[in-house]
Design a protein around this ligand. Structure first.
Ligand SMILES: Cc1cc2nc3c(=O)[nH]c(=O)nc-3n(C[C@H](O)[C@H](O)[C@H](O)COP(=O)(O)O)c2cc1C
Length: 428
């Protein structure tokens, strides 16, 4: 039975027969009110400045989402360790950094009353080779991207001390995010990054207490949640993004996800976001590698509906949502929040348009590459370019060229990686 959160203003639970409207507020277990049911899901912006600090463009970009009327803004992933980045444009937040640019970012995002959470992450083995660091992972299982695999660094297995240090880093970063004026953090435990690597039997081959049974594989996530919760005030929100499945044969599956949520029920988590996939199987873009077919829109809705039946915290699902009817359909299934990424990058004003009952659907970019991996990279490059345009005070492009976006992205990454490598030499 759901006991710990309510859908304001009526106080009805999210399983009420009549589903809440898209523009009704949601009260989280810690009492925080999210003003409506639309969340801007995390999108890595690749907008770190020197020293991997937030560039001023991040605040400008985020103001677009604030004005656009979402109830919750989740930032692109911010890395907890300067020596463990996914890509060279990633922002880092660790103890002792100047918080001024983070404050400006949080302030712009909060300017229209939305809740603003920083997504905090460790990439584990999903780190680009060009960064010059190994990928620190539960086990030495390399990312398999076929002929593109060499783009990703070789992994090394973490030892007990390193695992403890990473848990502490998650807590430190959350505390800094709170000090900088964010209203919460979302712990990234999805998409094949470090926490998700611990959860998956394909990437976690450890024989110690961090691997093997589900109870052992989930230990790292539970310890991170507990350390983060213990580092911040109760009013500061703590969310977790997990995969509903890896969508790879033998991987973390939907029964595992159900078990994880049950284990999170008593951990003080305010929201669980459900997504799916990894670099190897980008289900978050609708592609699977285990033969399963996802819904054409709201990819993970079926899983989210089942999980919300056992969850004591509200559930959000993200992936493939771009029409108002679909967003309302998500809420009607007992899911409390609708996460949207791509459609908001293309059109940050979509929520306001829907609120004014004007007919408008979100759009997804059309990518026509046959190579699935290249298609996935192109998709990310096109959307990141839109985010960067918002940061430059420009409007998103309706028909951005995929080829141009990839070339531009590669050149940018080359330059950013060079800057990062010289800076990172001073960090160890
Ligand atoms: C450019 C880009 C960057 C992304 N970066 C992140 C990220 O930093 N963290 C994360 O959890 N998901 C990230 N995602 C995935 C989205 O949050 C979301 O799960 C996915 O795009 C599916 O939702 P959509 O169909 O509404 O785009 C990213 C997606 C895109 C397109």
């Amino acid at each position: 039975m759901k006991t710990s959160f309510a859908d304001a203003p009526s106080g009805a639970s999210s399983h009420a027969a009549t589903s809440p409207g898209l523009f009704s507020p949601l009260v989280l277990p810690n009492g925080t009110v999210i003003p409506n049911r639309i969340a801007k899901a995390a999108m890595a912006e690749s907008l770190a400045g020197p020293g991997q600090a937030p560039d001023a463009r991040l605040a400008r970009m985020e103001a677009n989402f604030a004005q656009g009327g979402v109830g919750l803004i989740i930032t692109g992933n911010v890395m907890i360790d300067p020596l463990a980045l996914g890509s060279p444009g990633d922002v880092v937040l660790q103890r002792g950094m100047d918080l001024a640019p983070f404050r400006a970012w949080a302030k712009a995002a909060r300017s229209h009353g939305a809740q603003v959470w920083m997504q905090i992450n460790h990439p584990g083995r999903q780190t680009m080779a060009v960064l010059g660091q190994p990928g620190w992972a539960p086990s030495e299982v390399a990312v398999d991207l076929g002929k593109h695999s060499k783009l990703i660094a070789k992994p090394k297995a973490l030892n007990e001390t390193q695992i403890r240090q990473i848990i502490q880093r998650f807590a430190d970063t959350a505390r800094e995010a709170e000090a900088a004026g964010f209203t919460g953090v979302e712990i990234h435990a999805a998409h094949g990054y470090l926490i998700s690597q611990f959860l998956s039997p394909l990437t976690n081959l450890r024989k110690d207490k961090w691997g093997g049974s589900m109870a052992n594989r989930v230990r790292f996530l539970l310890e991170v949640v507990s350390a983060v919760r213990g580092a911040v005030r109760r009013e500061f929100c703590v969310g977790v993004k997990i995969n509903s499945a890896d969508f790879q044969r033998g991987g973390f599956d939907s029964d595992d996800a159900l078990e994880v949520v049950k284990m999170l029920n008593s951990s003080g988590v305010d929201l669980v976001e459900l997504s799916g996939g990894s670099y190897e199987a980008p289900a978050m873009q609708g592609q699977t590698r285990d033969g399963r077919t996802l819904a054409r829109e709201a990819y993970f809705l079926e899983f989210a509906r089942d999980i919300s039946k056992v969850a004591r915290m509200p559930i959000m699902t993200t992936g493939g949502i771009r029409r108002r009817e679909v967003a309302e359909g998500v809420l009607s299934q007992g899911v409390s929040l609708v996460g949207i990424a791509t459609s908001l990058a293309m059109d940050p004003g979509l929520p306001l348009t829907w609120r004014e009952a004007k007919p408008r659907d979100g759009v997804l970019p059309t990518i026509k590459f046959k190579d699935k991996m290249l298609a996935s990279v192109a998709y990310m490059a096109v959307i990141q370019r839109q985010l960067q345009r918002l940061g430059d005070g420009q409007r998103p492009l309706a028909n951005a060229s995929a080829i141009f976006s990839i070339i531009r992205d590669q050149l940018r990454n080359k330059l950013l990686a060079r800057r990062y490598r010289s800076w990172s030499r001073l960090q160890s």
